[in-house]
Design a protein around this ligand. Structure first.
Ligand code: PHE
Length: 470
């Protein structure tokens, strides 16, 4: 039956390769760049707590649902949704869910590549000893100079997009395997080194307290839903790579005999540990050197270099850290491009190479807006009460993480648990009719969609009664 199909785009050679690839997709800038700066902007410990809650209650079950769909459909997200809808006797317009994902992937990739470009620029800056003995003011200045130079940002953005296109054009499993097998563990170890450094700083305990003890007083000024819940939910989806078809397409290369449940737990555990370690490494430095926790997207680029400038062998560790971060970003960007590429191959009969260049070029072009949003085109605007300063970058970011991914996730949950026959999901998850299956189905049916809807509607001010503060 359908579950015995294999994808025309290939299949992972083993379950571990899938776990590695999916972890490679999940672990990236989202954990090390985005998680700490959102934590700093949105209330520290309370944000972290809600984030963990979102990962466990909504993230993991929806990830299982998305992989399940991918493995059953075995095509690009658009055709997978169409085929599954047909199989279940539903309207074929469910393919629009695939489209939503492909579009979100493009937008995310467009700015992701620009930030990854900052990482490459920092490999050279740390490597050349630019940060030796610098203080917070100087690193802030170095970072400021970088983002105010559109030419340099464009250059690194282009390089990063080229290397992404290159891997995707050769098929995802090739180089990816090596990258994830060696580089991810290396990144993990290096993060531990950074945590070690953070422990030696004066404000280590303050950093831990900030991360793990929710300070509800600091939230008095904030709207709990739009300032804490929605960004945390968006971050959970972003970090786990769910809601846009990336993990769905990886699921489509997964063999039938691999346990989706087990795989998801491992991926989520690895992803969450990296984010938390990044937080532990960064906040003590932020506090010790008097940086602003709510400093925005530049947070890791102004805090970590101080540490590299002070610690023994800092130039070496700094350079290595940014190299590994670049690889982590690379293994994620591949999965952002893959859904669009597989669709171009299926629908337009393009070769993989051509499809990769076409899709990559469009994302690159869109990225130019992000490049400019940090300098010539930066403007302020307010979203759900919060002031944002980086114009189009912030708009792309909010639109995708806080709106498109949760929407994609909720539709995936709805489709798998309400519309697909019970038999199809039992068949695919391989848990039988066990208690684990029942828990999963209950969560995906009721809890996850309800959670997403409540957070979402509250954040956009739908139920005024629930909001606190302003
Ligand atoms: N999860 C990746 C990260 O944390 C980003 C990503 C989002 C990748 C969505 C694929 C899909 O960096």
């Amino acid at each position: 039956m359908s579950s015995l199909r294999t994808s025309i785009h290939g299949q992972w050679s083993s379950r571990w390769i899938f776990i590695l690839a999916a972890t490679g997709s999940a672990v990236g800038l989202g954990n090390i760049w985005r998680f700490p700066y959102l934590t700093g902007e949105n209330g520290g410990g309370a944000f972290v707590l809600v984030y963990l809650f979102c990962v466990i209650i909504m993230g993991i079950p929806i990830m299982m649902a998305e992989i399940l769909l991918g493995r059953r459909g075995r095509k690009s997200p658009i055709y997978t949704m169409e085929a599954l809808a047909y199989e279940e006797g539903l309207n074929r317009n469910w393919r629009l869910l695939g489209w939503l994902g492909v579009l979100a992937g493009f937008i995310i990739l467009s700015y992701y590549s620009v930030i990854a470009g900052w990482t490459i620029a920092f490999i050279f800056k740390t490597g050349m000893g630019d940060f030796l003995g610098t203080n917070a003011k100087q690193t802030t200045e170095i970072f400021g100079n970088l983002v105010s130079s559109p030419g340099i940002l464009l250059f690194w953005h282009s390089i990063f997009m080229c290397i992404t296109i290159r891997v995707v054009s050769q098929g995802v499993s090739g180089g990816l395997e090596k990258a994830v097998k060696f580089l991810m563990p290396a990144l993990f170890v290096l993060l531990l080194v950074m945590v070690g450094y953070a422990m030696s700083t004066e404000k280590f305990i303050d950093g831990l307290r900030y991360l793990f003890i929710p300070d509800f007083n600091s939230l008095a000024e904030k709207n709990l839903f739009s300032d804490v819940f929605l960004p945390a939910l968006g971050q959970a989806f972003f970090s786990l790579s769910i809601g846009m078809g990336a993990i769905m397409i990886y699921g489509s290369y997964l063999s039938k005999d691999s346990s989706i449940t087990f795989n998801c737990f491992i991926i989520a555990l690895a992803d969450t540990s990296v984010a938390i370690l990044a937080g532990i490494a960064i906040f003590p430095i932020v506090f010790t050197y008097g940086l602003e926790a709510a400093g925005g997207p530049g947070l890791i680029f102004v805090s970590l270099p101080i540490a590299f400038g002070q610690m023994p062998f800092g130039t070496f560790f700094g350079c290595l850290f940014f190299i590994l971060l670049m690889f982590a970003a690379w293994t994620s960007s591949i999965s952002l491009l893959e859904p669009a590429v597989t669709w171009l191959i299926e629908a337009k009969n393009m070769s993989r190479v051509k499809a990769s260049y076409v899709a990559g070029f469009i994302a690159w072009l869109l990225g130019v807006f992000t490049v400019l949003s940090f300098n010539h085109w930066s403007f302020e605007f307010s979203f759900a009460g919060a002031i944002k300063e980086n114009g189009l970058f912030d708009i792309f970011d909010i639109l995708t993480s806080n709106i498109m991914l949760p929407l994609g996730g909720i539709l995936v949950a709805f489709f798998t648990s309400w519309l697909m026959s019970r038999k199809s999901t039992v068949d695919e998850l391989g848990l039988g009719d066990s208690l684990s299956y029942k828990i999963w189905r209950f969560v995906v049916r009721y809890i996850a969609p309800l959670g997403v809807i409540i957070i979402f509607l509250n954040a956009i001010g739908f139920f005024k009664i629930f909001s606190i503060g302003n």
